[in-house]
Design a protein around this ligand. Structure first.
Ligand SMILES: [Zn+2]
Length: 403
């Protein structure tokens, strides 16, 4: 069991590096004809340099992360932690939290220290970064607290249920995960406000345009906001979020600044397209299947004594069992990513087609090109990486689909 877990862990890490290499290998490919006008030569040079810097850095960063996690496994670090905490407490929840929390904490600290370099050196060099150290620290703390509360909460619930109803828990948890996903969709407008300031959009051409679009498409809007993303980055985005019939529309202030009104309307029409075509609902069966699969794997693996014993524990440690399970199923999860991303890319084409219907081909195509331009999107991704990891189709294929 030990060899199996460590081998899978190493193979998946190598596979991750291989995908990064594939992206690197396509860096000098010819740009497809229909997206040649996205960058001028100088900007394209800057784009490539930025991407290669990011890629090199992410290879270093994930190597360090991988080595640390590998050492945790090789030296039975989780069990060492367990021994330590078990001396002062035999509360199963506390010890479980501790066994998973400390490695998570160490990983988070390492990752965030590396993203300091990423944000304040690389992004700054290419004039993307607008984050101040204070915003960065606050963002870090907020995400950390959310991760601990959500992760800790779900883990405790899992353990309480296991204690109370045994194996029925796996079925109960299936429904809990569904409720949890609904809950996240419900509170996502609030979650956004934890990180960004939303100001109602001022009256004017843009607001009128958005209202007219909503009218035309029969889309109910709860509020239209400008999102102060420029405080953090120059990258562009827009979203329509919320639960039920009426949605909150958020437009990044960077988007408002860089795109024409027609283009912004096209971006928004794309988002409305997702809602109109019920894309969330349509991806639900697949997500449920995934949740079911993970819980089935959990049922077979986490309470297996070998899973814990292979890494120093005397008997079953459910929390550590969850960790072992996550490693064991990671190749299958990567495989599941293929159909999930195919479905997502299909939905993107549909949303683009909807945008074209509402705002015309010109505005939609130029909006897409500007988004890629400002976000320094990759015009020559490797097809294998696209198949495995791209939730959005490459730009040239999106433009071709509009034609
Ligand atoms: Zn989309």
């Amino acid at each position: 069991m030990r060899t199996l877990v460590i081998t899978i862990f190493i193979l998946m890490a190598l596979f991750g590096f291989f995908l990064k290499y594939l992206t690197y290998s396509r860096r000098n490919d010819a740009i497809p004809e229909n997206v040649k006008d996205v960058y001028d030569e100088e900007t394209y040079g800057k784009n490539q340099a930025y991407k290669m810097d990011k890629l090199k850095f992410s290879i270093i960063a994930s190597s360090i992360g991988t080595v640390i996690s590998l050492c945790f496994l090789l030296f039975n670090f989780h069990h060492v932690l367990y021994e330590y905490i078990a001396r002062s407490s035999n509360n199963i929840y506390l010890t479980s939290m501790f066994v998973l929390f400390i490695p998570f904490l160490i990983n988070s600290v390492v990752r965030r220290s590396m993203s300091i370099y990423d944000t304040f050196v690389i992004e700054k060099r290419y004039e993307f970064n607008k984050t101040t150290p204070l915003t960065f620290i606050l963002d870090t703390l907020k995400s950390f607290i959310i991760a601990v509360v959500v992760g800790g909460g779900l883990l405790s619930l899992f353990l309480v249920l296991y204690d109370q109803i045994g194996n029925w828990m796996f079925i109960a948890f299936f429904f809990i995960m569904i409720l949890f996903q609904l809950f996240v969709a419900f509170i996502s407008p609030l979650l956004i406000r934890i990180f960004y300031k939303l100001t109602p959009l001022e009256d004017g051409e843009l607001k009128n345009g958005v209202m007219a679009l909503a009218e035309r498409t029969g889309f109910r809007i709860k509020g239209i906001y400008s999102v102060n993303a420029s405080k953090r980055s120059t990258k562009l985005n827009a979203f329509a979020s919320g639960f039920g019939k009426s949605k909150t529309i958020g437009l990044f202030d960077t988007l408002i600044e860089k795109l024409t009104v027609d283009e912004i309307i096209a971006v928004l029409a794309h988002e409305i397209g997702h809602a109109k075509k019920h894309h969330i609902l349509k991806s639900t069966p697949f997500n449920l299947l995934m949740t079911g699969f993970v819980l089935a794997a959990a049922y077979f693996i986490i309470a297996l004594p070998e899973a814990s014993q292979a890494f120093g524990f005397a008997g079953v440690n459910l929390a550590f069992g969850i960790y072992v399970m996550a490693i064991l199923i990671s190749p299958l999860m990567a495989l599941f990513g293929i159909p999930a991303n195919i479905l997502s890319r299909k939905h993107e084409y549909e949303a683009d087609a909807y945008a074209k219907e509402c705002s015309g081909k010109e505005a939609t195509a130029s909006a897409l090109k500007k988004l890629y331009q400002e976000n320094l999107g990759n015009l020559t991704p490797h097809p294998v990486v696209v198949m495995l990891e791209y939730s959005h189709p490459p730009l040239s294929q999106r433009i071709a689909a509009l034609e």
